[in-house]
Design a protein around this ligand. Structure first.
Ligand code: CO
Length: 133
């Protein structure tokens, strides 16, 4: 089994501050990491849950993929991050199994991780992110 943990569940929101405030009031959650990822045009806030995270995600520019997703599908579940020991090996395994990669090779993700995204088409409708810490 290549997956070692659910790294994060990413939820696209229009108002990051309102979403953080809601998770604080509803769950007593605290933000453990916050980052603007310029390459992806997003700002994210991570709320730690055991060894995983809830990742609240909002676009920082109108042409970012998350902005387009919000426009098309509205707020809600955007992708699931699966933690792996070796992102390149997991990507190769997924492609061999028929997955359509968005990233042909692993790249830099937030909080110093190495990541690769897999298209929902061919993965039963879920945008998958492979995350190596
Ligand atoms: Co992610």
């Amino acid at each position: 089994m290549l997956l070692t943990e659910i790294d994060h569940v990413a939820i696209a929101v229009k108002d990051l501050e309102a979403a953080i405030d809601y998770y604080k009031r509803a769950f007593g959650a605290t933000v453990t990491h916050r980052e603007v990822v310029d390459q992806d045009g997003v700002e994210e806030a991570l709320l730690k849950v055991a060894q995983s995270y809830v990742q609240l995600l909002t676009p920082t520019r109108p042409d970012s993929p998350v902005a387009k997703s919000l426009e098309k599908r509205g707020e809600g579940l955007h992708h699931v991050g699966y933690r792996v020991a070796d992102c390149a090996a997991a990507l190769e395994s997924m492609v061999a199994a028929g997955a359509t990669p968005i990233d042909k090779t692993p790249r830099k993700g937030s909080r110093g991780t190495t990541v690769a995204f897999i298209h929902p088409k061919g993965s039963f409708g879920t945008l998958i992110e492979l995350v190596q810490e």
